[in-house]
Design a protein around this ligand. Sequence first.
Ligand SMILES: [Zn+2]
Ligand SMILES: [Zn+2]
Length: 262
Amino acid sequence: MKAIVLEKPEQFVTAEIEAPGDPGVGEALVRVHRVGICGTDVSGYLGKMPFFTYPVVPGHELGVEVIKVGEGVENVRPGDRCSVEPYMNCQECFACRNGNTNCCESLEVIGVHKDGGMCEQFVLPARKLHASEKLTMDQLALVETLGIGCHCVDRAATSEGEKVLVIGAGPIGLAVIEFLKVAKAEITVMDMNETRLTFCKDRLGVDHTVVFKGDDSEVERLKDVNGGELPTTVIDATGSHVSMSNAFQYAAFTGQVVYVGI
Ligand SMILES: [Zn+2]
Ligand SMILES: [Zn+2]
């Protein structure tokens, strides 16, 4: 079976690897149709992502088709087209028992800590598959990214009309914005990159944009566009520790700061 292997930073090879066996109890064998490229993959390629183990078959944003299911699998059937939840959790630790499966003590992300989807087929727990009759394979591969935005907005529990600032208009920031629109928040986006801000305004229809200049003028400019007040929810989607520290000064008193990504 063919696979793309990241042998070490900055070195991809096309390799022949052992084909997966039959799915075991609770597992499914899937064929990979689409693989999205995440910022994490780019960092892993450059050797800047501490969670990456090498060699690894990357790929965690996936659109797959179920080929075969093991005993006891009821949520998917052969032929189903699915998105993949790439976060493998133990189901037993404190975090897992409380439903915070993304915070599992022994979390392993396929395509990061262990082999992922840049191969023809692989076996995974069927409970990590989410079937759709409507979505295309391209769309299914984007569900994981959008899921992060959805989870963030769920955690923030914003109310209709609430003033919310999103810092960082990269892919995760855009995913957050999509779900803030569903929640009918009043959205301000801040980024250093004016092209990204123009995209947010013209294509996503956000209410306000603020260019980050790093000259301490941000608080005043945020107030200007928000009717003299600071946002009550600030969501940092940059993963930058500098930005994450700055985030506190942009929130209104009694407001909340939410971090997405690390
Ligand atoms: Zn990712
Ligand atoms: Zn766990």
